[in-house]
Design a protein around this ligand. Structure first.
Ligand SMILES: Cc1cc2nc3c(=O)[nH]c(=O)nc-3n(C[C@H](O)[C@H](O)[C@H](O)COP(=O)(O)OP(=O)(O)OC[C@H]3O[C@@H](n4cnc5c(N)ncnc54)[C@H](O)[C@@H]3O)c2cc1C
Length: 385
């Protein structure tokens, strides 16, 4: 069988990991990785890598190499609930902050070292499709259109993040708005992250994450339907003043405030067509509540690579059965986590549950609350010792 020609649109964690994992499995594949940005590029993100994300790096075979590089560890988490209850959790499991400007570039370099061709500064404007057959809503994908011309391929992998320009998912979007900034010289405790579920954030949170080199990233997430969503900048300043005026006094803000929408879901939209695949945030694979997306992006990149390796034919594409199995396997993997995240948001928003916030820090139930929060934040099941 001839080697397939594959185009991956988007070189974030989902696209770069998918490209890398395909080439690990199929070294002869002709793989073109496209991104509209020039790398290294700044990405609006807390850059937190949960134990779930670190497991995916292990599966990609690059965790040990990355562990020796520029990253910060999170060893404790300070949480403040909407009722004011405060907890400091020590997880005992590894979590990192690896700035996305370097993390994404690093993954791309790994894919290139395996044989991918990376074309940065290349914006894809549409998926090229054959004319639809009788009774078909869309024709089969046969490549992409870029500003500098058309590119043909046997398979196109859409990893263009949110909101995906090439999405075939007709469901209404649940959008989470964000705004964040980086600070140097702030007085936060090293290796400690913060998550504050302030009421104005309607079930979502204000965060502080430690980055390498004494930098902290600070931001907020808020659902599109919250009353304060139209005043993100003043809200961000108010929350900084309320929760960390002391720590930020005298700190230098590095660059401007930046935001980017995240799209979360608690059900699964279509992930594939016979000659196209959607991975990462382009498929809305982001955890409601925690907005954790990097681990899900890496996992979906890996799962996509398995699907390509085991079931893609350059002559016939994916079979309907293989696509159905991929859909089900993905649902089994992600949906229980997404439902837990969704339930958490509902609980934090609920006026009935909210007043319990203070009680949560009581000594008797603190271990239970710690476990529940760690689970939500992507901690993996620990092996029995
Ligand atoms: C403020 C904020 C904070 C977050 N914090 C965290 C966190 O701490 N931990 C965590 O796990 N998750 C976090 N997330 C979620 C996480 O950032 C995303 O889920 C993750 O980046 C998804 O990866 P991806 O590869 O699917 O998409 P992306 O990382 O968005 O990558 C998509 C790539 O596609 C490229 N692209 C887009 N359109 C085109 C086009 N037309 N042509 C060519 N290229 C294109 C883009 O340039 C980009 O490089 C956060 C999200 C936000 C908004």
């Amino acid at each position: 069988m001839r080697a397939p020609k594959i185009i991956v649109v988007g070189a974030g964690p989902s696209g770069a990991s998918c490209a890398l994992a395909i080439l690990q499995r199929m070294p002869r594949a002709e793989l073109l990785l496209l991104d509209k940005s020039s790398y290294p590029r700044v990405k609006v993100c807390g850059s937190g890598l949960s134990p779930h994300a670190l497991n995916q790096l292990e599966r990609l075979g690059i965790k040990q190499a990355l562990a020796r590089e520029t990253r910060a560890s999170i060893t404790s988490l300070r949480t403040i609930g909407p009722g004011g209850g405060e907890l400091v959790i020590r997880s005992g499991q590894e979590a990192w902050v690896y700035p996305r400007v370097e993390f994404d570039h690093r993954l791309v370099r790994e894919a290139v070292a395996r044989g991918a061709e990376f074309r940065e500064g290349t914006k894809v404007t549409e998926l090229l499709r054959d004319d639809p057959g009788p009774g078909e809503a869309r024709g089969t994908v046969r490549g992409v259109q870029t500003r500098s011309g058309a590119l043909e391929a046997d398979l196109v992998i859409c990893a263009d993040g949110s909101p995906s320009r090439f999405s075939i998912d007709a469901r209404p979007r649940t959008t989470i708005q964000t705004i964040m900034a980086w600070y140097r010289g702030a007085g936060f405790t090293p290796e400690r992250a913060w998550m504050v579920w302030d009421r104005a954030l309607a079930g979502y949170y204000f965060w502080v994450f430690p980055e390498p080199g004494g930098v902290f990233n600070v931001g907020l997430t808020i659902p599109e339907d919250a009353p304060d969503v139209r005043r993100l900048k003043p809200l961000f300043r108010e929350l900084c003043d309320q929760y960390c005026a002391r720590e930020l006094a005298g700190a230098e803000q590095l660059g401007r405030l930046r935001g980017h929408p995240a799209v979360v879901t608690n059900s699964l939209g279509p992930l594939s067509e016979p000659r196209a695949l959607w991975v990462g945030e382009a498929a809305r694979l982001v955890m409601p509540g925690s907005v954790e997306g990097i681990g899900f992006a890496l996992a979906s990149g890996l799962r996509g690579a398995d699907l390509v390796h085991e079931h893609f034919s350059p002559y016939h594409g994916f079979s309907a059965l293989a696509r159905r199995r991929h859909q089900l396997a993905t649902a089994r993997e992600v949906l229980p986590k997404f439902w837990a995240g969704h339930a958490f948001v509902q609980a934090v928003r609920s006026p009935v549950v909210r007043p319990l916030g203070r009680a949560l820090s009581s000594r008797r139930i603190k271990p239970l609350v710690d476990q529940a929060l760690l689970k939500l934040l992507g901690q993996e099941q620990r092996a029995a010792s």
